[in-house]
Ligand binder design. Structure first.
Ligand SMILES: Nc1ncnc2c1ncn2[C@@H]1O[C@H](COP(=O)(O)OP(=O)(O)OP(=O)(O)O)[C@@H](O)[C@H]1O
Length: 218
């Protein structure tokens, strides 16, 4: 099976805390991977590292497709949806998705189907400040639909959504994985069908020291 991402011995420290260390896994085409762990364990940090927004303190990440270091957004292999949705207060729903569509180098004909899919076409003239938390989430989700990226990095994608909104995400994820894409999602609560799970947790002191000694020897 085709590997889309290979994560090798990745570690992250924030302040004096090691969030995770020596984390290795790979994600195949068509696969959903859930990142689980308690609040503050480092799930969002790992997603941001995978998105190329911050560097790991150790280890490496290899994408087998696209070019994550490219300045050209059309070569970038991932979509990242974080907690902060990047929605502009003054701009209309439609203008914001038109912006992203052009930014990704896609045709604006993709805007209407994407907004219809997330249930926001009828609210296309509403400015960002007039959206509820769930509607803001739906607007962020529309970004996934206007440009194909094989890897979706989603931080709690079901948060703030009503049951209809959650169904839309589940359908989008199913279609995406059927096309050979993959999803890595930070999750609390009920998970996705057929997903693989990785628990993010800090190493014990003994584990950390043993790993460091091994690294020094190699
Ligand atoms: N820029 C930063 N500077 C210092 N500490 C940070 C920074 N970003 C995150 N942290 C700390 O890193 C830890 C992990 O944060 P992160 O947001 O990755 O956790 P999480 O597992 O996603 O949590 P949650 O389940 O609450 O969303 C937290 O203790 C947080 O305070």
């Amino acid at each position: 099976m085709e590997k889309l991402i290979t994560v090798c011995k990745v570690g992250a420290t924030r302040g004096y805390r090691t969030l995770f260390y020596d984390l290795s896994f790979s994600v195949n085409a068509g696969e959903i991977l859930e990142l689980r762990g308690e609040n503050g364990s480092g799930k969002s940090t790992l997603l941001r590292i995978l998105a190329g927004l911050t560097r790991p303190d150790s280890g490496s990440i290899d994408y087998s497709i696209g070019d994550s270091s490219s300045q050209n957004p059309s070569f970038y292999p991932v979509h990242f949806l974080g907690h902060q949705d990047g929605i502009k207060a003054q701009e209309s729903v439609e203008a914001q998705i038109v912006f992203w569509t052009k930014f990704f180098g896609e045709d604006v004909s993709k805007v209407r189907p994407a907004l219809e899919r997330v249930g926001l076409w009828k609210r296309r003239d509403v400015p960002g400040r007039g959206l509820s938390a769930g509607q803001r989430r739906r607007l962020s989700l529309a970004r996934l639909l206007v440009s194909y990226r094989p890897i979706w990095l989603l931080d709690e994608p079901l948060a703030a959504l009503d049951s209809k909104g959650q169904d839309i995400v589940l359908e989008m994820m199913e279609e995406h994985t059927q096309k050979g894409g993959s999803v890595i999602a930070a999750m609390h609560g009920e998970g996705f069908k057929n997903a693989r799970t990785i628990n993010i947790c800090a190493p014990s002191k003994a584990e950390f020291k043993a790993n460091q000694l091994l690294d020094d020897l190699i």
